[in-house]
Design a protein around this ligand. Structure first.
Ligand code: AMP
Length: 282
């Protein structure tokens, strides 16, 4: 596995891989890797000739600078996990290599209002930062395929829109959510929960599945109310949002008529930790 700190050297190496006829699969991450991230590497491995993973804690997507400072950076362990998963290239740049001209946003991207709802409502500017950094990575790496977790569903929709609107020649691949034994979606934030609370947090996925099972019986409004009540009834759990949406554009829907795929997205604050989860129904 080759490790690069500078885009100049990385680009030379990727050019060589391309001349060998290898297609490139890109997995962007902020490190502190777990099985969820590694599943993206494995999927990319089966579909492309070489897998490039980036590890970069992007300052421009944190509206809370304390959060940025607190973000775990176990780089040695991340590298060992990537090596074991068969990753070909890791790019671990400094902020200066990603933003040589400063962190100011150059061009804004119109996500048709998607960036101010759901996660965007409580984290202003977050998605602008995500778009800025992923666009920069795509320009540097020019991958054939980019692998994103369904776990961050809104991010997946916004980045798919970015690629479409900018007419970039990369295929975005949505990857399934990897879960802990009790159903809790894996996240680096889970480590901040005590063991009993982490166990109880399995209620989030149980509720999502229960909501799906109620589709034939109740209206979406009734399902939503029941789900919010169920999660809020657990001590220390507070639903920020629980929405039943058109999976393609995140529009709120009242029934499943004429909708190809539905997504139920939720964010729950548990002991000060924000947990995200969703299910997609075809
Ligand atoms: P992050 O390092 O949190 O920015 O995540 C990097 C990528 O891993 C994103 O595309 C996430 O959606 C994805 N990811 C995070 N957690 C999981 C999970 N539990 N299952 C699958 N993918 C995940």
């Amino acid at each position: 596995m080759e490790i690069f700190k500078y885009r100049k050297n990385l680009k030379l190496h990727l050019a060589k891989l391309r001349t060998e006829g290898r297609s490139l699969g890109f997995v962007p991450t902020m490190g502190a890797l777990h099985e969820g991230h590694i599943s993206l590497i494995r999927k990319a491995k089966t579909e492309t000739g070489a897998v490039i993973c980036s590890i970069f804690v992007n300052p421009t997507q944190f509206n809370d600078k304390k959060d940025l400072e607190k973000y775990p950076r176990p780089v040695e362990m991340d590298i060992a996990m990537l090596e074991a998963a068969g990753c070909d290239v890791v790019y671990i740049p400094d902020t200066g290599d990603i933003y040589p001209d400063g962190q100011e946003m150059k061009a804004s991207f119109d996500s048709d209002g998607l960036d101010t709802r759901l996660e965007g409502a409580s984290r202003p500017g977050h998605f602008a930062g995500v778009v800025q950094v992923v666009k920069t990575f795509l320009d540097i790496i020019e991958p054939n395929r980019m692998y994103l977790g369904q776990k961050d569903y809104q991010q997946y929709v916004i980045l798919t829109k970015l690629v479409e609107k900018m007419k970039m020649s990369v295929t975005v691949v949505r990857c399934d959510i990897v879960r802990e034994k009790n159903g809790l979606a894996m996240s680096s934030r889970n480590a901040r929960l005590s063991e009993p609370v982490r166990w109880k947090a399995g209620i989030i996925y149980v509720t999502l599945r229960y909501a799906v099972s109620l589709f034939p019986l109740l209206s979406f409004a009734e399902i939503k109310n029941m789900a919010v009540d169920a999660i809020n009834s657990v001590e220390g759990f507070k639903v920020d949002y629980f929405e039943i949406l058109d999976a393609e554009n995140l529009n709120v829907i009242e029934n499943k008529n004429n909708v190809r795929e539905i997504v139920i997205v939720t964010a729950v604050i548990v002991d000060g930790v924000r947990l995200l989860d969703n299910v997609v129904i075809g």
